[in-house]
Design a protein around this ligand. Structure first.
Ligand code: OXD
Ligand code: MN
Length: 580
């Protein structure tokens, strides 16, 4: 297979001349191709077969121990103009970057196969979808891309029809962290990633294309590429709402997207459209519509069990690729809080010993086709996407942020999003548990200057009068002994219900300096064993803490200098003034 698209053919020829592979394989995306690659990886040891009786068609991949997460310090946006990348990104001059990375790619595929992977982000027939081609020397990347994107012939057909695609070049190189770079060239619509096989660095359709490059394109073209789940909530009366929620990595987006209603919520249905990324476009009536550009989930495994996420637990019982989990003595995958079984081997393949740390790496992952989710919404395949009623921001905060509040309006909501902060997790290399600013949960993923990004967000207020309402949630409030105050998981539907009722003008709230806060009685806690004082603590607004928070947000925003939209600072000053 080759292509009728001359620029694509020319680019693959150029890449082959540079990287010097032994073989070139154009991926058609078929099941036969997937199975053949799996067989080949079982032979090389890149995959290990898990127990077929209980985990049919499930495989384990053990990565290099130094290659287990995104590497933000090695990730660059190489725009022509440094200011366009902004203080939120590492920047390198594009010609210097090309020179540096071309040297690494030179001859790197000798003895290897070069796979050409055409893919489509979004339903193949969607006007909102965009295509790309990833060239990689990793069969692991190819099989993951088949689960995560619409990959193969249909994508190539669209590329040949449209003539447009994002170019992604990837090599695992020698996995040396000293020779690892994830580079984005937004003006060229290209990505070059060297030296890592980890999902966020190597599955280029995901963070690199669908967030960094797409956010840049969205800025130019009037749409938004966001780090958001998309979930459908249906009431017993059959009323449906679609919500989009942005939380930082490993803060529960997959769990919220796959929520199982609490027992007392008879007749409520929750369906998943997406668990990580949303592309948002205004339609002709001014409603914001969302598509999920992905077709699979690359989720954090530890903590997944029947109680926390029953759908995910069931979904990963077959046809799943596990990366860096432990293994039981009868060859089943094992992870912390799985709730049954015992690890025999840890994620590095060593006999399990508690002294070596957890059996599964804290950022171990499952890759699975979204259609395997028992709560999958077929609307995820709808070319037109779904209309969003509410946008929800959130982070992992021990204190300060209440369980939920609503912004005063869209522009104030942009400040709420810009003010998101969260404790860091294992999804990125570096220290864990440190609170950092993560505006709109996009700090690692916005492919351009945050100042311009906030202006872009603010500009929607002038474009439509039917925009979603904006909320902020925090499932992670703790008491002084470190106990979580809110039960979370399925019970988060109680909060979503208040949010939906607010969108419909049905539920109560009190206007405060930071937005509309529910009173304890406004959130349904029937059947929950929660003291009234706990609910009060969850919804408490500590003015002194908030003054400090707002001052910190102000300082953070001001660091963006003259490109910062003044309107955003005015929002921040107004809140500070209201706090007295
Ligand atoms: C992810 C991440 O893998 O955000 O989705 O790191
Ligand atoms: Mn993510």
């Amino acid at each position: 297979m080759t292509t009728k698209n001359a620029p694509l053919q020319q680019w693959t020829d150029e890449v082959a001349a540079l990287t010097k592979p032994d073989k070139i394989h154009w991926c058609d995306g078929s099941e036969a191709e997937y199975n053949q690659l799996v067989e080949q990886m079982l032979v090389t040891g890149d995959l290990l077969k898990l127990r077929a009786a209980t985990y049919p068609h499930c495989y384990l991949h053990r990565s290099d121990p130094s290659d287990v997460a995104r590497v933000e310090h090695l990730t660059y946006v190489c725009s022509e103009n440094e200011e366009d990348a902004g203080p939120n990104n590492n920047w390198m001059d594009p010609s210097e970057a090309h020179q540096k990375i071309n040297k690494l790619f030179d001859g790197c595929m000798q003895g290897r196969t070069m796979y050409v992977v055409p893919y489509c982000m979004g339903p193949i027939k969607s006007p909102y979808a965009r295509c790309g081609v990833e060239i990689t020397d990793s069969a692991y990347v190819v099989i993951n891309m088949r689960l995560m994107t619409r990959m193969g012939q249909a994508a190539l057909d669209r590329i040949e029809r449209e003539g447009q695609f994002v170019r992604g070049l990837h090599s695992i190189g020698d996995l040396d962290p000293e020779r690892r770079f994830i580079m984005h060239f937004p003006e060229e619509l290209s990505i070059q990633s060297f030296g890592s096989g980890y999902g966020g660095n190597a599955l280029l359709g995901k963070k690199c294309h669908a967030l960094r490059i797409a956010s840049w394109q969205g800025h130019r073209e009037g749409w938004l590429a966001e780090h958001m789940l998309i979930v459908e909530v249906e009431s017993p009366e059959g009323e449906k709402h679609y919500l989009a929620a942005a939380f930082p990595s490993a803060c529960g987006k997959t769990n919220l997207a796959m929520l199982i209603p609490p027992k007392s919520y008879k007749g409520w249905k929750v369906r998943t459209l997406g668990d990580d990324i949303a592309w948002l476009h205004l339609d002709a009536t001014g409603r914001l519509r969302a598509i999920n550009p992905e077709s699979g989930y690359f989720g954090v495994v530890p903590g997944t069990n029947e109680k926390t996420n029953r759908n995910a637990y069931e979904m990963i019982r077959h046809d799943t690729i596990f990366t860096n989990v432990g293994v039981t003595s009868d060859n089943e995958p094992w992870w912390e809080d799985k709730q049954d079984g015992e690890p025999a081997t840890d994620w590095q393949g060593r006999p399990y010993a508690a002294a070596n740390g957890p059996a599964a790496h804290p950022n171990s992952r499952f890759t699975v086709s979204a259609a395997q989710n028992p709560g999958y919404s077929p609307l995820a395949d709808d070319p037109g996407g779904v209309p969003i009623s509410a946008i929800i921001f959130g982070g992992r905060r021990r204190e300060v942020a209440p369980l939920v509040y609503q912004s005063k309006d869209w522009k104030h909501g942009v400040l709420v999003g810009a003010g998101v902060a969260s404790e860091t997790t294992a999804a990125a290399a570096g220290q864990i548990g440190v609170t950092r600013r993560d505006p709109m949960a996009m700090k690692p993923f916005c492919g351009y200057n945050f100042a311009d990004y906030w202006s872009h967000w603010l500009s929607f207020a002038e474009k439509s009068e039917s925009l979603p309402k904006i909320f902020h949630v925090n499932w992670f409030r703790q008491d002084s002994d470190g106990n979580f105050l809110w039960p979370g998981f399925g019970d988060n539907l109680r909060v979503l219900r208040w949010i939906i009722d607010r969108c419909e003008g049905r539920s109560g709230a009190t206007e405060t300096a930071i937005g509309y806060l529910p009173s304890p009685g406004d959130i349904d806690i029937s059947g929950l064993d929660l003291e009234p004082s706990t609910m009060e603590a969850l919804l408490n607004l500590d003015k002194e803490q908030w003054r400090q928070e707002m001052q910190e947000i102000g300082k953070y925003l001001e660091a963006y200098g003259s490109r910062l939209p003044q309107e955003l600072l005015e929002q921040q000053r107004a809140v500070l003034k209201d706090l007295g």
